[in-house]
Structure formats: structure tokens, C-alpha cells
Design a protein around this ligand. Structure first.
Ligand SMILES: Cc1ncc(COP(=O)(O)O)c(C=O)c1O
Length: 393
């Protein structure tokens, strides 16, 4: 069963956050903000869910051994990382898992002054509040930007470690939302070793690791050495890669027994959604062969279109070269707009809903994150509206 990614799905009035929560804007605003895709999930998932719906009972559930086995196999075959089933803790979603992970780390450290978490912005904005909700403090070490290419600032990180003895952990986003970068082995090794040397637990958000563009390869940071593995908590989920975020199932992998027992204790057996776990099992069985390669080829074409369109029609607005995800990180700093002006321009003049760069941290100001996980015609329409709106300035 192949999917026609060009087919326009009408998602309005389906309880869809991306399409149904924009009432305050123009009725025809194009929703390219929230990070899910306007594509169907793998068709085998629909079949499996329909079959399960034939039984009328949806009582308490638990993650099956088969699902754990499939996760182990997936990480091994797709990303070359060998894990043990026992290392897996299930959650409903990554955001919820972070709350328990931070609290588990606090219990392990037993030191209230170790209350800072390092982030490398521009990075997934909700991390800032996830940290604050656990009564911790975000400490930023912004990425370095040179010629549209981002790198981690290791000098900055070393300085932070030297000056602060109050750090508990660091969150790395790999692939990185919003810049779409697949971090290389060397960078990850340097990062992982710095964290080990400074007793700083690495939390690696790898939610987008099933969305890698054809020329690139994802490396789980924990796969790089036994020391880094023991110091790392890795988050994965079927939500992004198979477009089933609403089915609420995600996973934390914690190889270190002590850290895992603290996180497990505060989590207290969070069984995810019964349908989500069936969908996850089905995705891992079929999608890597039947869905992901076609999806990523389509997304690559969309990125190429955006890049060519901007270069031909609006060359002062630039796409950051993408390596993963369906999120285009677009540099609009040449327009010299304030955050409020950029918001007004995109929402009210171009009539495109996006996520604004400043919400990913100060270093994201002047950028927008455009979700291109959609049929090409929708992207063409949005880019045309953007070009037309620019002529009115
Ligand atoms: C990098 C990253 N982490 C976490 C999340 C939140 O995931 P969840 O819906 O599982 O809480 C997202 C969602 O966009 C994300 O992109």
C-alpha cells in the first residue's frame, strides 16, 4: 500500500491542533506551525487499530514484551545502538516524561543547589518551561551560527562548567528542532564526554530520529561509548516519524540502573495509550521499509522547492540547509522586523501560521519555523502568499 503524499487531507473539525485552533486569525490562514504532518500515518496502523476496535473493552493496559523487543530491534537496525529491554520506560509523551526525568534526577543527586539545566538555543521552546515546571533553571549556551550553518559552542560549554557548580543536566536535541541538523559523531562525542567529565547527565531528545533526509545518518549519542551511555537518558517516540502524536505513546531509555530506578520511582508505572502502543508496534513492524523512505523523499522534494523558490523570488530570505525533520528554519533577519512586526506580517499579511524564532530562545529572533510536512501544493500556496505580502512592505 503506497501513500499519495500529494493528496490534500482536510483536517479541519478533526480535533486537530494544527488546523482547528487558529480561530483568532484569518479564516483561510495556512497552518504551518504545530509540528505534525498533513499526511496519513502508515496504512498498516489504520488496519491494526480497526482490528483492535472490534473488541469493545479498553481497560487498563501495559507495554507488551513484543513492543519492547521491536524497539530494541529498531534502534539496532536503524541506528546501530544496542539496548536492553529493561532500560525502557514508557510514557504518554515526551513532555510528560521530562517532568518525571527531572524529578528523578533531583532525587538521585540529593543536592538542591544542583538546579540548572543547560540548553543550546535556538531549541524546541517548550524545553524552557519543562525545566521551570520541575523547579529548575534553564542555563543557555547558544549554538554558533556561521554562514547558515550551526555548531555547538564547546568553548562556551567549558566556561559554563568551570563557572557553575550547580548544573544537573544538559538537554541535547538530535536531530535538532528547529534547525533540522543531524549532529555528527565527533560533535556528539565531544558533548557526551564533556557531560561525563562534569557529572552532568545528558538528556538526548531524539524524537525526530525517524525523519532523516536521504543523505544523512542519525547517531544516538548514547551509542558512542559505554561511559556516555551510562550518563545519558534518551527520548524517542513514534509520534513525529509516523504522525501519531495524538495517540500518546513515548519512551525514555535509561541504561544507568541508579538513574533509572529514581526516574521509575517518581514515574510510578505510566502505562501509555492502548491504541498508541498497538500503533507503535505496527509502525516498527512495517514503516521503516514501507513508509519512511517514501516520506523522506517527499519531504526532501519539499525542502528543495522551498530553497529554490526563496533563491529565485526572495533571495534575502534564506532556508537553513536541512538534514532532518519536516521543519524549515528560515532566516528573515534581513527584513529587520521586531518580533511583534514579524508576527503581524506573517499572521495578518502573509496569512501563514508559523512558530516564531524568538520562542526558541533569543538567538532565534528574526527566524521562523515553517512546517513543510504537507502536500507540495500547500507549500507553494504559502510561499506565493509570502512573496505577495512582501511586495506590500
Ligand atoms: C524535539 C521535540 N521534543 C519534544 C516534543 C514534544 O513531544 P510530545 O508531544 O511527545 O510531548 C516535540 C514536539 O514537537 C519536539 O519536536
Amino acid at each position: 500500500m503506497s501513500i499519495d503524499f500529494d493528496n490534500i487531507l482536510h483536517r479541519k473539525k478533526t480535533n486537530c491542533k494544527r488546523w482547528d485552533t487558529l480561530d483568532q486569525y484569518h479564516p483561510n490562514i495556512i497552518p504551518m506551525g504545530i509540528a505534525d504532518m498533513d499526511f496519513p500515518c502508515p496504512p498498516e496502523i489504520i488496519e491494526a487499530l480497526k482490528k483492535r476496535l472490534d473488541h469493545p473493552c479498553f481497560g487498563y493496559t501495559y507495554p507488551t514484551d513484543n513492543l519492547k523487543e521491536l524497539i530494541v530491534q529498531h534502534l539496532q537496525t536503524q541506528h546501530g545502538w544496542t539496548i536492553k529491554k529493561e532500560w525502557i520506560i514508557f510514557y504518554t509523551d515526551a513532555t510528560t516524561s521530562l517532568y518525571f526525568i527531572f524529578n528523578g534526577i533531583k532525587n538521585k543527586l540529593q543536592n538542591p543547589s544542583q538546579n540548572q539545566v543547560i540548553l543550546q538555543p535556538p531549541v524546541f521552546g517548550p524545553f524552557f518551561n519543562d525545566i521551570k515546571r520541575a523547579s529548575l533553571l534553564p542555563l543557555v549556551n547558544p549554538l554558533l551560527l556561521k554562514d547558515s550553518s550551526y555548531a555547538m559552542d564547546f568553548e562556551g560549554l567549558q566556561n559554563i562548567f568551570q563557572k557553575n557548580k550547580t548544573i544537573s543536566s544538559l538537554i541535547v536535541c538530535n536531530p535538532h528542532n528547529p534547525i533540522g541538523k543531524v549532529w555528527g559523531k565527533e560533535e556528539l562525542l565531544t558533548l557526551g564526554n564533556l557531560c561525563v567529565q562534569n557529572n552532568c547527565i545528558t538528556i538526548s531528545d531524539e524524537l525526530h530520529s525517524d525523519l532523516i533526509l536521504p543523505k544523512y545518518k542519525h547517531t544516538p549519542i548514547a551509542s558512542l561509548s559505554p561511559e556516555i551511555e551510562q550518563n545519558t537518558i534518551t527520548l524517542i517516540s513514534p509520534g513525529k516519524g509516523y504522525n501519531i502524536a495524538g495517540l500518546k505513546t513515548s519512551v525514555a531509555i535509561i541504561p544507568n540502573d541508579e538513574i533509572r530506578s529514581h526516574v521509575s520511582f517518581v514515574t510510578n508505572n505510566m502505562d501509555p495509550n492502548i491504541l498508541g502502543m498497538i500503533a507503535y508496534e505496527t509502525a516498527l513492524t512495517h514503516a521503516p521499509k514501507n513508509y519512511t523512505p517514501a516520506l523522506m523523499k517527499y519531504i526532501e522534494k519539499n525542502f528543495d522547492y522551498v530553497d529554490q523558490f526563496l533563491k529565485s523570488h526572495i533571495p534575502n530570505i534564506k532556508l537553513t540547509p536541512p538534514q532532518a525533520t519536516f521543519l524549515a528554519w528560515i532566516d528573515m533577519r534581513s527584513l529587520k522586523m521586531t518580533n511583534t512586526e514579524l508576527e503581524d506580517f506573517m499572521l495578518n499579511k502573509a496569512k501563514i501560521h508559523v512558530i516564531f524564532g524568538h520562542t526558541f530562545g533569543e538567538s532565534g529572533e528574526g527566524f521562523i519555523r515553517l512546517n513543510i510536512g504537507a502536500p507540495l501544493d500547500q507549500i507553494k500556496k504559502a510561499l506565493f502568499q509570502l512573496k505577495e505580502a512582501l511586495t506590500t512592505l
